[in-house]
Ligand binder design. Structure first.
Ligand code: ZN
Length: 1172
């Protein structure tokens, strides 16, 4: 017995001394000299808590032993003896696991690592870089007064009463009359009837089903029917369908089509890949699909589109007007605008206007725009104000037909007996409609969804209308000249009669500035639901956009380097084929039933699969091009051998979350490439997944990099074994690649690594949930703080959500209370669906569950993750010298799959005093427009699209939410920003989709929150706002992350360059390289199709910004937007640089490569580079 007691006595001594040693070491590190920016107070806390935990554990062990010894001394049975041995061996293992190094010096390093945030070393993560100051001409932009315009849409909204009185046959208008003798003799009304078919590239059927089932037939019909009579015309808009059809038709038919285009019977309107959505789509993707479509139309048909046709996007953005203008179009048409706005503009004869950009004081970008006046683009709502009469002139509805007239009067065929009466009836509608416009030219669209796909339907429309025209035109007393026309025929007549050049302003035409959101087609049916519908795919869209752009840039660089190096092993055609496919899949999704989330479930799957293919193809292009560029000897490159580097992540299904590639680290160094697709150098925190926590990271010059290791979680408290995250800061040149190496080292040798300290709340942990070397601690749910050099995030212990943020530079505390809200649907018949948001009142806080909160802290990254109902919410602060050190990084994993008629939003309530609840949201990521929350409008009318960012501000502070995906946003109460996150709706909302939205996915979203102090008070009464340079760059970093490619350990090893830095002189901060896109050869030449041309389109966007804020953490400089194109790329020999229209169709002037050109803020410039 005595022997045992002696053993246990010895054990107590060991355990106690280990505890004491750990405690003393831990405390001693706190007395060392520390940067005030490091996480002092919480570290002391953490260490003390850690020591407490260890003491507790030791005490427990001692208690166990005491009990056993007690029992043993009583009876000394075998079983107790075994138990005792087990405890003993566990104590032994515990001591071994700690594996205390022999020397005191080494012990310190290890201990610091174990505790997290260790640090007798110099602090590695410095303060943000010096402020980039901006001055000069560019700073006048934000201060400039509003542009001159006759109409400002925000003022219009302010003024309108939205009383919605019954207008008679034109329900949302008024009874139109016209002077009986207005027309006749010399006074003629010129009517252009424009046959069209609205073809959605996916909606209730997939793209392929529509094409095979209808579009192919209608295009075939059109060729025959137009050839039968040269007076017949037709317009075609979506190049996605047209190019698919082109591949299917014979050479002979292609010639016939070309003839119809050349003689003006067939007009390509807009000529984009699709008719893009204007709310959720980002301008980069809109431009991309416009280039893809316009390039196709130009290369194959020799067409330069002149008129834009957008009859179905659910609300309209001035960004489109700008982009179409810069693409060389003269005119555009829009349709879906709030009925009250239409009525007011119609009353004032302002439905045709020059659309002016809010920043463009000279009006150089003014775009002629025609707004359709009535409810819809179908025939009943286009011939005039009375749908009952107009329906009688949709001869496709003539019995027998699949269509009918809901107004119960069917069309009748035109005969010599009825033609006079029919013509008079129709002309009455025409004349009434023309009263809403200023000129004697009238536009009458003639078509509907997927029309003219039956031969007899075409015949009925064309021949009956021709009879009406012939009659009217041969009756001079009617004072009308009627004909089929294309859209440009109509506009050209307007210019002709107004005696102005095409595309310029007729003397009495009004100028309008502003946007047309949020759309309502009737009553309080506001189309603000689609800003958020299918958010999983909205997020996938941005991911795809990032990948396509990143692949375009690096492909173009690798291609030109391969030419310079005179090697032939770069697989240019294979990769070009993938790239073209990706461009088209991205383009397709910009369709107004794609990114809007308003297609049927199986169509959404079709889009999703196309996007997944695009993303994975782009990853492979990036990895191949990066491998090629980084090889010291380009001849070592072989395709399609095993790739030298892996992709950053894998995505198994279109709707699954990504699985990060894990680098299997060994004692031999392996490389990880970081590719920066932006035109500025950057420095930021990155994460690599590895198989061991004992890692050393080095930059290519051999410098050891400080890093933090975090566990990977499989549940709130259970760690994934053998999988770790390693965080460190990298610096990567503009458009370049930086290489870092990682290798496994012995735990004893660890000097540059810290392990995250982990605290959990509201959950009980057991030993087995921990993975060595991490230790978790339980704490009471009390308020806590996360911090880095610049920010302190104060978090509520009760919820785990953000409460306020202190900006350290001015020690100012900003309220920022995060709450998750739910909206239900109304009890009445009219309920929310894919398009409409019809909530049952203001959002109510999600209640009920006690959240599990997990905090991880370390010198590189600190984060809190909250597991609560419907959301897994993470807030993260990066201790980085880059812009990522200036923002609060917030992400959610949303799951509403078990809910019914349920919409989820995240509200951030601040103390920003935004008077009149004014708030700014972006349009297509291109410009920021001001909105006001109006009490006279229902809640759903005050929701706007947020494709990129939103902010509110007062005289001193601006609070911005930068969004990595497009979602709906509102400011219902002063100081708050509410972001809609997901919606699950059980019913259709009667806009033709025929289903609810119930295919919800576990959906990721991500935001950066930015608190900025104003240097001077904000300008009064401005309609437009500008992000700071810092906000612009932070947004670019959020949406264009560094692409991480870990080395493929199965591939042969090669010698790699330390870095790839292609840019001679990086772009200034205010210039964004929008794209560098290799041009495609003729798409219908199957041998040349994917052989890249030696030409690339370079698109530069000069970002308009507000100089009244400090810009920290930027490695780029500011020079007012000056660029020397010849200095942009090293080793890329440019033969010629020509400025062109936006879609690279029309060449403007040759640019002197050596000259410094100044890019005007807000403008996009396009250059065609001829590369040697
Ligand atoms: Zn449509």
């Amino acid at each position: 017995m005595k022997k045992y007691v002696a053993v246990w006595g010895g054990m107590f001594f060991i355990v106690a001394s280990v505890s004491l040693y750990l405690m003393m070491e831990a405390v001693s590190t706190n007395t060392s000299s520390r940067s005030p920016d490091m996480l002092q107070s919480h570290e002391v806390d953490t260490k003390i808590q850690r020591i407490k935990a260890q003491i507790q554990r030791n005490q427990d062990t001692i208690k166990d032993i005491k009990n056993l010894v007690g029992q043993l001394s009583k009876d000394g049975d075998k079983e107790t003896l075994q138990k005792l041995q087990k405890v003993l061996s566990e104590v032994d293992t515990d001591v071994k696991a700690v594996n205390l190094p022999k020397t005191k010096e080494a012990a310190k390093g290890w201990l610091q690592g174990l505790i997290g945030g260790g640090s007798e070393k110099e602090p590695v993560y410095q303060k943000p870089r010096g402020e980039v100051t901006v001055s000069g001409e560019v700073c006048k932009l934000a201060e400039a007064p509003n542009v001159d315009s006759d109409v400002k849409t925000l003022r219009l909204m302010d003024m309108l009463s939205f009383d919605n009185p019954d207008g008679g046959v034109w329900k949302q208008g008024w009874p139109i009359t016209y002077p009986p003798n207005k027309w006749g003799g010399e006074k003629k009304l010129f009517v252009f009837v424009v046959p069209h078919s609205h073809n959605d590239p996916g909606w209730v059927k997939t793209f392929d089903d529509y094409y095979q089932g209808q579009v192919r037939q209608l295009l075939d019909n059109m060729v025959n029917k137009l050839e039968e009579d040269p007076r017949r015309k037709f317009i075609e808009t979506e190049m996605s369908f047209f190019s698919t059809w082109w591949h299917d038709i014979t050479q002979d038919k292609r010639k016939r089509v070309k003839r119809l285009v050349d003689n003006g019977q067939l007009e390509i309107t807009t000529g984009g890949w699709v008719m893009s959505d204007e709310a959720n789509a980002h301008y980069a993707a809109i431009v991309d699909q416009l280039i893809e479509g316009n390039q196709w139309a130009h290369n194959i048909l020799g067409v330069e589109p002149k008129s834009g046709w957008a009859i179905d996007p659910f609300g309209h953005s001035p960004t489109m007007a700008y982009l179409l203008k810069r693409a060389g179009l003269h005119n555009m048409l829009i349709q879906r605008v709030h009925y009250a706005v239409k009525k007011k503009l119609a009353k004032d004869k302002q439905l045709e206007f020059m659309w002016r950009q809010h920043w463009d004081r000279e009006g150089t970008t003014d775009m002629m725009c025609h707004m359709m006046p009535f409810y819809s683009y179908d025939v009943p709502h286009t011939c005039g104000p009375d749908p009952k009469i107009c329906c009688q002139f949709d001869f496709a509805r003539m019995s027998p037909s699949r269509y009918n007239c809901p107004w119960k009067v069917a069309p009748t065929a035109i005969t010599s007996h009825n033609v006079a009466e029919r013509a008079k009836t129709l002309l009455d509608q025409y004349r009434k409609k023309s009263e809403l416009y200023r000129t004697d030219v009238l536009l009458i669209p003639l078509g509907d969804d997927f029309r003219y796909d039956k031969e007899d339907e075409c015949e009925r429309q064309f021949s009956n209308y021709q009879k009406l025209f012939d009659y009217m035109n041969s009756s001079p007393e009617l004072g009308v000249q009627c004909q089929f026309g294309t859209l440009s025929d109509y506009f050209n007549k307007v210019y002709e009669l107004s005696e102005v050049e095409q595309g310029t302003r007729p003397e009495d035409f009004p100028v309008l500035a502003g946007d047309f959101f949020t759309y309502s087609d009737r009553d309080d049916h506001y189309w603000s639901g689609y800003y958020t519908s299918r958010p999983f795919y909205k997020s996938l869209d941005r991911l795809m956009e990032y990948h396509v752009r990143a692949a375009e840039v690096i492909f173009t660089l690798a291609l030109s380097y391969s030419r310079q190096a005179s090697v032939t092993n770069f697989p240019q055609e294979k990769l070009m084929e993938k790239l073209v496919g990706a461009r088209r899949n991205l383009g397709l999704y910009q369709h107004h039933d794609g990114i809007t989330g308003t297609a049927k479930d199986f169509v959404v799957v079709d889009y999703g699969e196309r996007m997944l293919k695009g993303v994975m193809d782009c990853k492979s292009i990036i990895v191949e091009a990066a491998s090629f560029l980084m090889l010291e000897n380009k001849n070592d490159y072989k395709y399609p051998k095993e790739p030298l580097f892996n992709m950053d992540e894998d995505r198994k299904y279109h709707d699954s979350l990504p699985e990060r590639t894990v680098l299997d680290v060994t004692e031999v160094s392996s490389s990880v490439l970081f590719y920066n697709p932006l035109g500025h150098e950057r420095e930021q925190m990155v994460v690599v997944y590895v198989t061991s926590p004992f890692i050393e990271v080095q930059s290519a010059d051999g410098t050891t990099v400080q890093a933090q290791v975090d566990p990977v979680w499989e549940s709130p408290t259970v760690m994934v074994p053998k999988k770790f995250k390693i965080w460190f800061v990298v610096r990567v040149p503009a458009l370049g690649i930086a290489r870092y190496t990682l290798r496994k080292i012995q735990p004893e040798a660890l000097k540059s690594i810290s392990f995250a300290s982990i605290v959990v709340m509201n959950v009980v942990i057991t030993e087995h949930t921990e993975t060595y070397p991490f230790i978790m601690k339980m704490e009471k749910p009390e308020d806590f703080v996360l911090e880095n050099s610049n920010l302190k995030a104060h978090i509520r212990g009760k919820t785990g959500f953000l409460q306020s943020v202190t900006t350290k530079h001015d020690n100012k505390k900003h309220e920022a209370e995060v709450t998750f809200l739910k909206y239900g649907t109304r009890g009445s018949k009219e309920k929310s669906g894919a398009y409409l948001f019809m909530p049952d009142g203001h959002g109510k806080p999600l209640d009920g569950v006690i959240p599990v909160i997990r905090i991880m802290r370390g010198p590189a990254v600190s984060e809190v993750t909250v597991y609560t109902r419907n959301v897994q919410h993470t807030l993260r602060l990066y201790n980085s010298p880059g812009t990522d050190g200036m923002v609060v990084d917030m992400s959610n994993l949303v799951d509403v799959r078990k809910e019914m008629n349920f919409e989820l939003a995240m509200s951030i309530a601040t103390d920003v005093e935004n008077t009149d609840r004014e708030f700014y949201t972006d349009l297509n990521g291109f410009q920021m427009l001001k909105h006001k929350t109006f009490d006279k409008l229902p809640l759903q009318a005050n929701v706007y699209p947020m494709p990129a960012m939103a902010y509110i501000e007062d005289e001193t502070t601006r609070f911005s939410v930068l969004s990595a995906q497009s979602l709906g946003v509102a400011c219902h109460f002063k100081g708050d920003i509410v972001v809609m996150l997901d919606r699950r709706l059980n019913q259709d909302d009667n806009r033709g989709l025929g289903q609810g939205v119930r295919d919800n996915k576990v959906t990721p979203n991500r935001f950066h929150l930015l608190f900025e102090s104003r240097k001077s008070p904000k300008p009064k009464d401005k309609m437009i706002g500008y992000p700071s340079l810092q906000a612009h760059v932070s947004y670019l970093h959020l949406t264009h992350p560094l692409f991480t490619a870990p080395e493929n350990m199965d591939a042969l090893t090669h010698r790699y360059l330390p870095t790839f830095s292609p840019v001679d002189e990086p772009l200034p901060c205010e210039v964004h390289l929008l794209n560098l896109r290799t041009l495609q050869n003729r798409d219908d030449d199957l041998t040349m199709r994917y052989k890249p041309r030696k030409e690339a389109g370079l698109l530069l966007h000069s970002l308009g910004h507000d100089c009244n804020f400090a810009n920290k953490g930027l490695l780029c400089h500011s020079n007012g937007g000056k660029v020397v194109l010849g200095k942009l790329f090293q080793q890329v020999t440019l033969d010629k640089v020509t400025e062109t229209t936006l879609t690279l169709i029309k060449e403007k002037e040759e640019i002197d490569k050596a000259a410094s050109i100044e890019l005007k803020p807000m403008e996009i410039y396009t250059y065609k580079l001829s590369i040697q």
